[in-house]
Design a protein around this ligand. Structure first.
Ligand code: NAD
Length: 512
């Protein structure tokens, strides 16, 4: 069986828009429900709740998810270890069958799942649809990759003894996921370790607990046995460190910001009393992604690619372009075209399918506005620079030109619709500027010059480099995703080595 990506929905087709709106209406009729934790197959309430609101219409309650505390983490890890032996001793094919069924359930619920994301995460139709498609892709791709890791691996013959080496799962691990791909990243980070035999405590972002609940519904319907995927929603301050520090946590699969990742890495390094292993930590973190445009580029095309890269989902993608680096010879012309397009973008409730919706929460909005204040002092504001419509966490598409490469605006991840344009003397200077941050996630070059494209391949220090296209939107299996430097620990999601990191090698020698 080969792997093919799930096709994206074409929203230029009116019937697809109609179907999406119907799904939204159905989901809107189900808002405000309560969801329990799922631990060892049991549904648990704690008497306290995390409330999740629509970021674009902050009075609208999406749902309440039970607020787990430390006792629930203890219980979830115990359930995950109880489930570990039976789950890990199934054959790879048996686990793959369950994982493929999750993909089937998500396919059937595709528009509904997307509608939940529009309402809980503020994704417009295409972004939410792509998120579900990617979640399906992760299931299918990891199911496709897993057989290659099953069975015995070859060792050299040795007279008088039998030697075998196999890959064995690690145990019960933690998945700590971000809110910005609340289904795709959450599902991928869970399904990868699970398909090769591990069990998990899933701790989604407190900003998107309801989408996480929807994933659990899909996994349960698909037949995931109790205890393999345990969902504990809760507040970071109460359960974040506790889950990371816990002596029964075998590994941590984390995607999120640099600061949280560094904290997790440091804490996980300590061996707690009773702990029997060194925790394995995988970290996928932030970026300060740059697109370079040189004087050979088609500037209309470059401006369109830059706007798509910078403002898709309001700049809330780890891969989003937050620095546009233009060489002197075309700087003014590119700035003019880019600002023209950026200023036309529509911002509003995601339900209305604008170019982008609200930022995820008040903190995110305040963070963007804070950087906008800094930009007003240190650079040239050309568009936006203000909160958007009332009623949600909106920020208008903002463009700063003449940003200094070493300034805060050009160095720190903002994670909002704020693009810094930087002038470079020439291509060499542009490449130096692009590489001049602590991050190394995505980057791109738009150029007609073959030598420069080749140099970018060698010298642009990023995990995902895009030549002559936008720098967001990696496809599972086609474009394994993950960063260099402080953007990540280099094992790519949706790539051929991902599953291997959740396996240890066991060698058995028998004297004959
Ligand atoms: P975040 O770091 O605030 O949170 C990520 C996760 O960590 C959440 O589940 C959060 O609840 C949890 N968390 C917070 N404090 C914790 C603690 N002390 N211990 C344990 N867990 C804790 O990030 P976010 O705002 O949810 O996501 C946005 C960030 O994620 C951006 O920096 C973005 O670049 C990054 N990101 C990276 C990738 C990638 O593949 N490299 C993909 C998506 C997002």
């Amino acid at each position: 069986m080969t792997f093919t990506n799930e096709a994206l929905t074409d929203f230029t087709v009116p019937e697809n828009v109609e179907t999406y709106r119907t799904a939204l209406t159905e989901v809107q009729g189900r808002l405000g429900a309560d969801y329990p934790l799922t631990i060892g197959g049991d549904k648990l309430e704690t008497g306290e709740w995390i409330e999740s609101y629509n970021p674009g219409r902050t009075s609208e309650l999406i749902g309440r998810s039970a607020k787990g505390g430390q006792a629930e983490i203890d219980r979830a890890l115990a359930a995950a270890w109880d489930a570990f032996r039976p789950w890990s001793t199934l054959t790879m094919d048996e686990r793959i069958t369950v994982v493929r069924r999750v993909a089937d359930v998500m396919r059937r619920r595709r528009f509904e799942l997307a509608a939940w994301m529009t309402l809980e995460a503020g994704k417009n139709y295409a972004e939410a649809d792509a998120d579900v498609a990617e979640a399906i892709d992760f299931c299918e791709y990891y199911a496709h990759q897993a057989p290659g890791l099953a069975g015995e691996h070859e060792t050299y013959p040795s007279p008088g003894e039998s030697n075998t080496a196999t890959l064995v799962p690690l145990g019960a691990g933690a998945v700590i996921s971000p809110w910005n791909f609340p289904l795709a990243i959450f599902a991928g980070m869970a399904i990868g370790p699970a398909v090769v035999g591990n069990t998990l405590v899933l701790k989604p972002s407190p900003d998107t607990p309801i989408v996480a609940q929807k994933f659990i519904e899909c996994a349960e319907e698909a037949g995931f046995p109790p205890g393999v995927l345990n969902l504990v929603t809760g507040a970071d301050a109460e359960i974040g460190d506790y889950l990371v520090d816990h002596p029964r946590t075998r590994f941590i699969n984390f995607t999120g910001s640099l600061n949280t990742g560094i904290r997790i890495n440091q804490r996980a390094a300590a061996v707690q009393p009773g702990q029997l292993w060194i925790k394995k930590v995988g970290l996928e973190m932030g970026g300060k992604d740059a697109l370079i445009v040189d004087e050979t580029a088609d500037l209309d095309y470059a401006a369109r690619m830059a706007v798509a890269s910078g403002y898709g989902f309001g700049g809330q993608k780890c891969s989003a372009m937050s620095r546009l680096i233009a060489v002197d010879a075309i700087y003014d012309e590119l700035v003019e075209r880019f600002v023209g397009l950026a200023a036309e973008l529509e911002v509003g409730p995601a339900e209305d399918n604008p170019d982008f919706g609200a930022l995820i929460n008040e903190r995110a909005r305040d963070k963007s506005l804070h950087y906008i204040d800094i930009g007003k002092e240190t650079a040239r504001l050309l568009a936006g620079g203000s909160p958007g419509p009332e009623g949600g966490h909106y920020v208008t598409p903002t463009v700063f030109a003449d940003v200094k490469p070493d300034s805060k605006l050009a160095q720190e991840e903002i994670f909002g619709p704020v693009v810094s344009i930087i002038k470079a003397r020439d291509f060499d200077d542009a490449l130096d500027i692009a590489n001049n941050t602590m991050f190394g996630l995505t980057g791109g070059l738009i150029s007609e010059d073959r030598d420069r494209l080749d140099r970018a391949k060698r010298e642009f220090e990023v995990g995902n480099l895009y030549l002559n296209r936008k720098i967001t939107g990696a496809f599972v299996g086609l474009q394994p995703f993950g960063g260099l430097r402080l953007s990540g620990t280099t094992v790519k999601a949706g790539g051929p080595y991902y599953l291997r990191q959740y396996l240890a090698e066991k060698t058995i020698v028998e004297k004959l």
